[in-house]
Every structure is written in C-alpha cells, then in structure tokens.
Design a protein around this ligand. Sequence first.
Ligand code: FE2
Ligand code: FE2
Length: 374
Amino acid sequence: MHPRLSALAALRLTDPEQKVAATRATVALAATDSIATAPIRTEGDDLGVPGRPERPLRVAATAVQKRSPFTPEGRAALIHSICHIEFNAINLALDAVWRYDGMPEAYYRDWLRVADEEALHFTLLHAHLQDMGYRYGDFPGHDGLWNMCEKTKDDVLARMALVPRTLEARGLDATPLIQAKLKRVNTPDALRAVEILDVILRDEVGHVAIGNHWYRWLCDRAGIDPEAAYPGLVARYDAPRHKPPFNLEAILRAPTGQDGFGLVNFRQPNDADQIAYLDVWLRDLPPNRYYSVKYATDANVDGDCTSTDWVDLPRPHRPNPIHTDDRGTGRGSLFLDLSAFPVGSTFDIHFEVVDAFGGTIMLTSDCYQFTVTQ
Ligand SMILES: [Fe+2]
Ligand SMILES: [Fe+2]
C-alpha cells in the first residue's frame, strides 16, 4: 500500500491502541520504500477523518475544569489532558502526510517521523495514566485541537504556519512549567511524569522545526515573505496568538544528511533594560557533550548574513556552553546585551551551534532580521 494511504487508514481508526499500531506499521512500511509523490487524493476520501473514540467527551476549552496537581485525581486529569493532546497530535501528523498532494518526499518523511513520535508520547502517557488507575477517556477533553486542522484543510501553507506553532510551540512553553509543578509535588508518579515530559519536550523541538521548515519552503515556492505573511494568516484563520510574543524565532539545522535540530526563541521584553533573552533548544546532537551557541550580526539589512564575526552567547568572551543529556537534548537560557545597538536599529543576525571543545560546526541557521525595541 502507498504509505500515504496507509497513513489515511491509521488516521481513520478510532481505537487509540489500534491507531498507534497502525501508525508504527506505516512508518515501518515507509522506512524500506520510497514514497511516490504522484497525487493520491480522490473524491470523498476524507470520510471518517479523523478517527477518534467516543470518549473523551469533547467540550469547549473553557469548560475543562482545572484541578490541583497536588491530589492524585488532579494529576490523573493533568496526564489525561496531555494524553489527549498527544492523541490529537497523532491525527494531525497523519493528516499532514495523507492530505496534501504535491509535496516533496522529504515532507512526507518528516511528518511520518512526527506521527511516530506522537504515537510514542501517547503510549508513554497512557501507560502512566493506567498505572495511576485511569484510562484515556475518563476525563473530558477539549476540542480546540482539531479545529485549526479543519480550518486549514485546503491550505498546506496555512497548516504549516499555524498548527505546529499553535500546538507544538505552545507545548514547548508550557511543558517546563508543568514539570516544575510536578517536581514540587514530588511523588513517584509525579516524577515519572516529569521523565515522560522530558521525552516529549525533546521531540517537540523537532516538530516545531519541521513545521517552520515546511512553512518557509512553501512561502519560498509561492514567492511570499514568511515573516510578513504570518500575522495575516493568524488573523484570517483566527489562530491563537503565540504567547509570550517572540520577537524572533530562529531554526538551526544540521548539514544535509545529519541529525540535529535547534530552535532559538529571541525575546525582548518591553522594559528599560536593553537585554534580549534567548531560549535555546537543541536535540539529536551527540549526547553528553558541550555546545556553544554563537551569533554574528551585520548592519547591512538585506537578509544576507555576511558577517562571520562569531560571538559566543551570552556575552562576548564568556562562553556558556549547553550540555546535552544521554539522548542528545540540551536547553539553555542565554541572553544578549543590546545596549551597544541604538533603539529602533535593525540588523541581520544568524546563529551557529559549535562543539565547545572540538570546534566542529553542528548546526547553522538562516539569516534573520532583528529590530531593537524598548
Ligand atoms: Fe507529542
Ligand atoms: Fe508534536
């Protein structure tokens, strides 16, 4: 079977365990075969999409009751809500594989990889939920997740722009806060949940990067400026705004054919200090090593980053390397002193991630523009 039709079959399944198994089988099928890029869509083939179980009851996001994670039932409700997100995320990834004809093979492979990872996330969380004495479906779940998919079903560019950012990027922001809370709870089940969330966080960095990569690729093909088009897409599809507002989000990629992703969220609060905060996420790099994040700027604002005057973050000559864990994931909160730049000035900026001792360049970013505000 064509891997994309196999993805459709998995997408239609309503039983979560069967969906996970069918997703894994689809990924295995595609691993050994090429994915033909000829169109596969036919009239009325969206019947039964997305397949989902009768329970959880689907309710409005505002109707989901907030419970304290300091009670066992509250923790079960919290794990259930993340489990629900992951179930929807499997459907979203399978949908991205099946729905859009005319994309390059690498696109389908990227989204199959996402589907596989979402299936793992669901499985880990559901097993944990069952250890706690509950099952998926025992609590209501909110229905906002599929809505953005529905709205963008005829527009792959809008889908790539909005879904990874609304779902996955918000997850990136929320997860460390949830983990901090669960660490305070400090029971064995809470600590196990923190471990599972580590796996999820590692993978979601890649999902955001994949979404952004294909958004930029589609913009490029359509001759659209991705940064300029984004606010219009948010407004047209009534997408949730990404909070806190990121002034800049830079993607770091490994040289072709190698593993590794990075994401830099560059945030400049509206206060008197001319400091920008940079949250850096790394994944799939060689484990247990130190990496420095460097940037270079030039004042000739033309989207062509000509400077190779690399400066270590957080400040010149004081490198603060990020350490990767056993799985090759690392995270660092760095900062950049902007006081040398006049308010209102704009510059070209690009980033690279370098092995702190060997000096090998592991990841590089495109060229971005940044404006100093106050
Ligand atoms: Fe996930
Ligand atoms: Fe994801």
